[in-house]
Design a protein around this ligand. Structure first.
Ligand SMILES: [Zn+2]
Length: 317
């Protein structure tokens, strides 16, 4: 697979080569008189993304916008480095994510809890972005790339509270970050991306419905690339989310002491094809990026929050 490919007129998908692996995590350069980079990749990918932008002819003043779908480190880790490389670029992030760019301490601490050793070996951390470089986006914010081209932010919580998709009105391309799930080359079906601490089923489904209403010509995942059919992919994403949450509900109903381990085991047997039916390298890539354990932990936390809401108790933190 080539490292950079046009996925729509004026939209180039850049392989950030996360962990040295191809087709795992993308960034997108949207061309125009005032070009935008959507998703920076992890901090460990900085040099790869920098090289692509240089080879595409972008000088230090060549990038007007750096847009983040959300501040998870595989999508945004390189933002501080690239903001320094491109001093005239404005960094666009959902308003609830902005403070994490100014001071990434809490974000990195929380990532360390989720990723463990992978934090430094795979993702790297994040340099801060000066406050005055940041545009905190609300739903519907449009940025101007010149020549009549605009990108519109589509607030889409569920995977994270501060998630937004990015719509290119010209081509009908919707860059959806992690909100639709993960589908790597060779992966048999879409897998939801539902990590702790934010995952929320109702918000996720609401975001998917919002996407459907936009009637995008193309839905593009950061992990990895355009779905073969936008409408069918969005429908599959919703159905898959419900199936994963329902299975976790069943596990906890049948054995009330069941925890993340038991839910993960159930996911493994229900949703991961047995060895022999699934290429081991593909299984390993899915686990590395979007493992069943992380998803089990995210859904378990969501179910606990929902139970405590239903019991009228104090909200879980
Ligand atoms: Zn994410």
């Amino acid at each position: 697979m080539p490292e950079s490919v046009m996925i729509a007129p004026g939209i180039r998908q850049i392989d950030t080569l996360l962990g040295g692996q191809d087709s795992l995590t993308a960034g997108f350069l949207v061309e125009g008189p005032r070009p935008a980079l959507v998703e920076t990749g992890a901090r460990t990918s900085t040099e790869t993304v920098r090289r692509h932008l240089r080879e595409l002819g972008l000088g230090p003043d060549g990038l007007a916008w750096i847009v983040l779908t959300h501040v998870h480190l595989d999508h945004a880790g390189a933002v501080g480095d690239l903001a320094a490389d491109f001093p005239s670029a404005t960094v666009v992030v959902h308003e609830q994510g902005a403070r994490h760019l100014v001071d990434p301490t809490r974000l990195v601490d929380s990532a360390a809890r989720v990723y463990g050793g992978l934090l430094d070996s795979l993702y790297g951390r994040m340099l801060p972005v000066p406050q005055e470089r940041i545009l905190a986006a609300g739903d519907g914010l449009r940025i101007d790339l010149g020549g009549g081209r605009h990108l519109t932010m589509v607030e889409s919580p569920g995977h994270a509270k501060h998630h937004q998709a990015v719509l290119d009105e010209d081509s009908g391309t919707l860059l959806v970050g992690d909100s639709v799930g993960v589908m790597l080359p060779g992966q048999p079906s879409l897998r939801p991306a539902v990590p702790p601490p934010d995952f929320d089923l109702e918000l996720s489904v609401g975001s998917l419905h919002k996407y459907v209403a936009l009637r995008p010509r193309q839905v593009v995942l950061t992990h990895y690339g355009p779905l073969p059919d936008a409408a069918a992919g969005l429908a599959e994403a919703e159905e898959t989310l419900h199936r994963w949450v329902e299975l976790a509900e069943r596990v906890t109903r049948e054995s009330p002491d069941a925890g993340v381990e038991e839910i993960a085991t159930a996911f493994e047997s229900a949703f991961v094809p047995p060895p022999g039916e699934l290429d081991e390298a593909i299984r390993a890539r899915m686990e590395l990026l979007n493992g069943v354990h992380g998803n089990a932990a995210g859904i378990a936390r969501y179910l606990a929050k929902r139970r405590s809401r239903a019991e009228g108790g104090a909200p879980h933190r």
